[in-house]
Design a binder for this molecule. Structure first.
Ligand SMILES: [Zn+2]
Length: 529
């Protein structure tokens, strides 16, 4: 008989988007009962494991529709000193990293001296903490690096080493010895000596990223590989295989790998892994003025951004072929021209009745009015990462001007049109914690607090709608909305339990909640209560 767990005295986020007190019983086969406590107890069988979690909130597990797990995992193998405020913190962070990553041969990471007041670091700052391991840290802008004495030794850099063309080895003015700072091309002298991560270290890092997702209540991700080496998929398989239960991964590979996806997707798919989509880029980003706009940038009337598509007829043909084969398509589109391009292409596909899989526009950040009005077909998804609102508000006003900026992240208008909107984090570009995204969608307050009452607040949505976009909508985009994403009997027991009911909190406090329990297929994969 299956083992049944009964969670009582909690609030439940129910499919009608209301929160009610009650209980939930589940096993590995799925949710058995949900609702009023005594009724749920009756259906929980003779000997359930009972957890009483007064005041907690049970949600369907979060489905993050846009992550980069392999990239994020790689970053997690590095030490991040960008927030270190003094030399003591630098030493401490390096020591902690060494303890957590005993098998990694090199200490890699980043620093930013503005965090500690501007003094340029030297190898004497890090030699002791590195304890003989070579260290290579890039400055946040990537134009210089800090290395320790061991790394200089490995690269054969000494007082007599000449500066390479286009680079400079910074030296002590008195002794002429390298200080540990390498500028521009001088970094390459060391970079060439750094070995790639070993396979088992990559697997371990990815697995730790899965656990990070569990700790935030995330039970499924739509993962995106930027550049695919087919080995990345094997790393995923190996990381998933090490835990009996956990995160479900819906993988999207670059569009140019469509043929290989078609030939291998059946073989590579498992209960927790589906190779179910392709991703293509139409444009870049607003911050780097590479978002493709219909009209010029407000701050630069000579420029309308760029499209990344090299060969438009070929690109369209690949997308159509993917759709025809029922492969879900994601197209990165940030500027209005890029969004319009994706919509026209998707419109053709829908009209020609090619396949049934979701057609997604990733980011959908700066559409025009007509692009918002073109949404509403149930197959055309807007995949939005609300946490990006925190960073984008100020620059969007400057780069687009107030009129166009007012239509940015038009989440409320899209939902009103019946457009399926899926939320994700874009980790590790942004925080993996879904509560950060939920708060951003509800408040639309930017990080710089230039818009303390919300940036175009008319597009703010209710928390219940935001939760649905971060749970069930993601299941819908994966084609499993009949089985995953709602607290209903018969649905998969993929759950996130928060320590408090965020639906009754003032919205600025949403991110204060903690995930105390994460359940996948009836098994606890994270517990912290
Ligand atoms: Zn992304």
């Amino acid at each position: 008989m299956e083992e049944v767990t009964l969670i009582e005295d909690v609030f439940l986020f129910l499919p009608d988007r209301f929160t009610e007190p009650g209980a939930i019983a589940f096993g590995s086969s799925g949710i058995l009962a949900v609702g009023e406590k005594s009724a749920v107890r009756m259906k929980a069988g003779p000997k359930p494991r009972i957890l009483s979690l007064p005041g907690a909130l049970v949600l369907p597990g979060f489905c993050d529709a846009h992550t980069h797990m392999i990239w994020g995992a790689q970053q997690r193998t590095r030490v991040d000193l960008r927030s270190a405020r003094n030399r003591g913190e630098i030493t401490q962070k390096i020591r902690t990293w060494r303890k957590e990553n005993p098998t990694l041969p090199w200490i890699l990471g980043q620093w930013d001296e503005s965090a500690w007041g501007g003094d340029l670091p030297g190898r004497d700052w890090v030699d002791e903490a590195a304890a003989g391991k070579p260290l290579f840290l890039t400055r946040a802008d990537m134009h210089s690096a800090l290395v320790n004495s061991r790394a200089l030794e490995i690269a054969g850099i000494g007082s007599a080493t000449p500066d390479p063309p286009g680079g400079k080895i910074v030296r002590d003015p008195k002794t002429g010895a390298p200080t540990g700072i390498l500028l521009e091309n001088a970094m390459d002298l060391v970079v060439g000596k750094i070995p790639p991560l070993a396979r088992e270290d990559r697997v371990r890092a990815l697995r730790s990223s899965f656990h990070l997702a569990h700790s935030c209540g995330v039970t499924a991700v739509h993962d995106i590989l930027y550049q695919l080496s087919w080995e990345d998929l094997e790393i995923h398989q190996a990381a998933l295989a090490q835990d009996p239960e956990g995160l479900k991964v819906y993988m999207r590979v670059p569009l140019q790998h469509l043929d290989r996806l078609l030939s291998e997707r059946a073989e590579l798919s498992s209960r927790r892994f589906a190779l179910d989509g392709v991703k293509g880029f139409i444009d870049g980003a607003l911050g780097s003025t590479t978002a493709w706009l219909e009209k010029p940038y407000a701050h630069d009337p000579s420029h309308t951004g760029i499209t990344c598509i090299e060969n438009i007829p070929e690109f369209k043909e690949s997308v159509k072929r993917a759709a025809q084969a029922d492969v879900s398509v994601s197209l990165h589109a940030i500027g209005d021209a890029a969004i319009g391009f994706a919509q026209d292409l998707y419109g053709e596909i829908i009209e020609q009745r090619r396949g049934k899989a979701p057609l997604r526009i990733e980011h959908f950040q700066h559409p025009g009015k007509k692009h918002i009005e073109a949404m509403g077909h149930p197959r055309m998804f807007a995949s939005i990462q609300p946490a990006h609102i925190l960073d984008d508000a100020s620059s969007a006003e400057e780069r687009l001007g107030p009129e166009r900026a007012a239509l940015s992240y038009p989440i409320k208008s899209l939902l009103a049109r019946g457009c399926p909107v899926v939320f994700g984090s874009d980790w590790d570009v942004a925080d993996l914690n879904p509560l950060v995204g939920l708060r951003a969608a509800v408040r639309r307050v930017d990080k710089a607090n230039r818009f303390p009452f919300g940036w175009h607040r008319e597009q703010a949505i209710g928390l219940a709608e935001a939760i649905e976009a971060y749970t069930w909508a993601g299941a819908r985009a994966a084609g499993i909305a009949d089985r995953v994403g709602k607290l209903l009997p018969g649905m998969a027991a993929d759950l996130a339990v928060l320590d408090r009911d965020i639906t009754s909190l003032p919205s600025e406090k949403i991110t204060e909640a903690k995930t105390i329990l994460t359940v996948v297929a009836g098994k606890m994969v994270h517990r912290n209560d």
